[in-house]
Design a protein around this ligand. Sequence first.
Ligand code: ADP
Ligand code: MG
Length: 324
Amino acid sequence: MAVYERKAQVGEGTYGKVYKALNTVSNQMVALKKIRMEAERDGFPITALREIKLLQSVRHENVVSLLEMMVEKSSVYMVFEYVDHDLVGILTHPTFSLEHKHVKDLFRQLLDGLAYLHKRGVLHRDIKGSNILISSSGQLKIADFGLARFYNKHKSTIDYTNRVITLWYRPPELLLGATAYGAAVDIWGAGCLMIELYGGRAVFQGQDEIQQLEAIYDVMGTPTKEMWPDFEKLPWYELVKPAEEKPSQFVKKFDRHLPPCGLDLAAQLLSLDPSKRPSAAVALQHDYFTKEDPAPVRPTGLADLVGEWHEFESKRRRREKNQR
Ligand code: ADP
Ligand code: MG
């Protein structure tokens, strides 16, 4: 049986801590994700069970691998392959920066992973930087399936609770109260990350649901009946009606950061109407990937980074800096 030697905490999450540890038998580094049991009155947490079941059914180079489960002193851990960095850590690194050819490679890997998940009928539902792991050889892996669900990909949508997805990456249909949605929610998150990869910061930063919708409208413009016919049917449409019509500022805001085809793809991914967002598979065929320079190149420079860069350490470094 494997014996794990704990090295350091690398994450602090919604339902447990994540530790870096060494498998002393295989000499392989792993991440141990502890499943928080205290709050559970009815036995094993259902969200964790869901994550385990989902992860056991997927295998792809751009999706993190669950190696095994471990029980230790009445704690249960998911054991993952260890990945040195996450996207928040990389994007907030004090000196390292990604070149455009690297950004394109990482974004292609993200869409490859999403295309695979969506083909298998898996919705991730929490696409954001801290859930995107990046190895020192520049390989990207989608992680954190805590909110993921199987969905029926033959029907376009299915009913869920509405409260999912970190605010900044939440698509307009969810902010307007939709409980029936599909893969397009992950595509919105991917669109947000694409802009973030180029611009270095999250595109839409609201403090609450109303502000989040405003932040989206400020950049993408307010929706019209022509561009999003179903928009007026959404549950909270009347409650959060924009006070005035706004035109899109998207091109003006981002044509400095993105190349022309990239800008066009990002605009499609960030269509207000979810039915207008291309699937991950279709996005991969866009001229941005197939025609526009530069061609994607693996960010091998990550191998020279000293240390490991995750959101957790980035936050700690920021705290320390603020205290000084
Ligand atoms: P949650 O956000 O639900 O707590 P995550 O699975 O996102 O759980 O893990 C929290 C953090 O731990 C991630 O943002 C990442 O920085 C780190 N982490 C997660 N999985 C790994 C892994 N396999 N290797 C290295 N770090 C990881
Ligand atoms: Mg997470």
